[in-house]
Design a protein around this ligand. Structure first.
Ligand code: FAD
Length: 373
């Protein structure tokens, strides 16, 4: 158990483990085919207190800290139930509202997000720009007491099922980063196709279109203009919530591969009897231990409010890189079965790839670190 885990974190981890193993894992194949989870799973998660765990109780959340969010995501990976998009909803989007929303906005949106009545998404990326967010083209033009929003967003997690989207839009197109605002949109969104991905098939990822969508100005989060700064401020947590499943996934891959290597025989003996298999697994297991130690240090720092942008960038790039290295080496030890979608190791491998890309690509992480050298 990580050092930062208190009894309340452990209790939540157990509850989450049961939820993902019983309510999610058996549905994963069907969810992958339909490219989204069932809508009801959100309210089930809400009933159990698995949504918005680190949002104050005053706003319907669990009143916990980042450790509670990490415990839930870790349990999700261990249960081999990758499709539920609760991490983005709870650990990222709810925190934008909690950090920049007014008391009224928080009362309006957070309790419904905590119950699962409202599914949330965040829309920054556009077809023409992802890493370079200053270049977004979506506009929100003020018209009386409304914003009129036009533009398109892509690759949006929870986009198909969402009821609420935080949209990054230019309220002042003449300004670069200084003209970006965050606006909560609840109605009028046109949902495009569910995107066919290489992995994470059951997690809905969608295009969203905004065609003269009218939103009350009271849906602006924080002030007009500093949206880019808000995005930067929330990024450490966003990056850490990607690093958490990276390590859980490494540990799960090693666990599955050890079990397989004991059972699978070749040349009259279990493949674990070959020195190469033992050396591969010894190295993967060591990487897992180093990764776990680094991650736990980052989580403990973040709970204490001490993880900076650079530290989170280091965790995101390095841990997701190791995740992919370990997944690939474990697939190799499964031989042909490692390439079969019905084998969890194959899904761990395909699901891992995106981790190096979203939440800021690993190249951008190195840029961030490089600037501080
Ligand atoms: C499954 C999935 C879920 C996602 N969920 C969301 C979501 O919920 N909300 C959302 O807003 N977005 C989401 N994204 C988008 C994701 O964050 C972007 O894809 C990512 O930030 C990269 O942007 P891009 O795809 O436009 O790549 P680009 O920015 O075009 O980058 C292409 C390549 O150029 C490199 N590059 C770019 N700039 C530099 C630089 N300065 N130095 C060195 N290399 C550079 C990149 O690292 C990359 O290798 C999701 C994406 C996927 C695939």
């Amino acid at each position: 158990m990580p050092g930062w885990m208190r009894d309340d974190h452990k209790a939540l981890a157990e509850l989450a483990n049961e939820f993902f193993a019983k309510e999610c894992a058996p549905n994963e194949t069907r969810w992958a085919q339909q490219q989204h989870v069932d809508r009801e799973i959100w309210t089930k998660a809400g009933e159990l207190g698995l949504l918005c765990a680190s949002i104050p109780e005053e706003y319907g959340g669990g009143g916990g800290d980042f450790g509670h969010e990490a415990a839930i995501v870790d349990a999700q990976v261990r249960a081999l139930a990758p499709s539920f998009g609760g991490a983005v909803h709870s650990a990222i989007i709810a925190h934008y509202i909690n950090a920049y929303g007014t008391h009224e906005q928080k009362l309006k949106w957070l309790p419904k997000m905590a119950s699962g009545e409202v599914v949330a998404a965040i829309a920054m990326t556009e077809p023409g720009t992802g890493s370079d967010l200053q270049g977004i083209k979506t506009t929100a033009v003020k018209n009386g007491d409304e914003y009129v929003i036009n533009g398109s967003k892509t690759f949006i997690t929870n986009g198909f099922l969402c009821d609420l989207v935080i949209v990054a839009a230019k309220t002042d197109p003449d300004e670069g980063a200084a003209g970006v605002s965050l606006i909560v949109v609840e109605n009028g969104i046109t949902k495009g196709r569910k995107l066919e991905k290489v992995g994470q098939h059951g997690q809905d990822t969608c295009e969203l279109f905004f065609d003269n969508v009218r939103v009350p100005t009271s849906n602006l989060l924080g002030e007009e203009g500093p949206g880019f700064r808000y995005l930067m401020e929330q990024l450490p947590q966003e990056r850490l919530i990607i690093a958490v499943p990276a390590v859980a996934s490494m540990e799960k891959a090693v666990e599955l591969t050890i079990a397989y290597a004991k059972e699978r025989t070749a040349f009259g003996k279990p493949i674990l009897a070959f020195q190469n298999t033992r050396f591969e697994l010894a190295e993967c297991s060591t990487l897992g231990t180093v990764a776990r130690t680094f991650l736990d240090d980052c989580v403990a720092k973040h709970i204490a409010g001490e993880l900076d942008i650079t530290g989170a960038a280091k965790a995101k790039w390095w841990l997701t890189e190791q995740q992919n290295i370990v997944a690939d080496r474990c697939v190799q030890l499964f031989g042909g079965y490692g390439y079969m979608a019905e084998y969890p190791i194959a899904r761990i491998w395909t699901d891992s790839r995106i981790q190096k890309i979203y939440g800021g690509t690993n190249e951008i992480m190195k840029e961030i670190i490089g600037r501080t050298l």
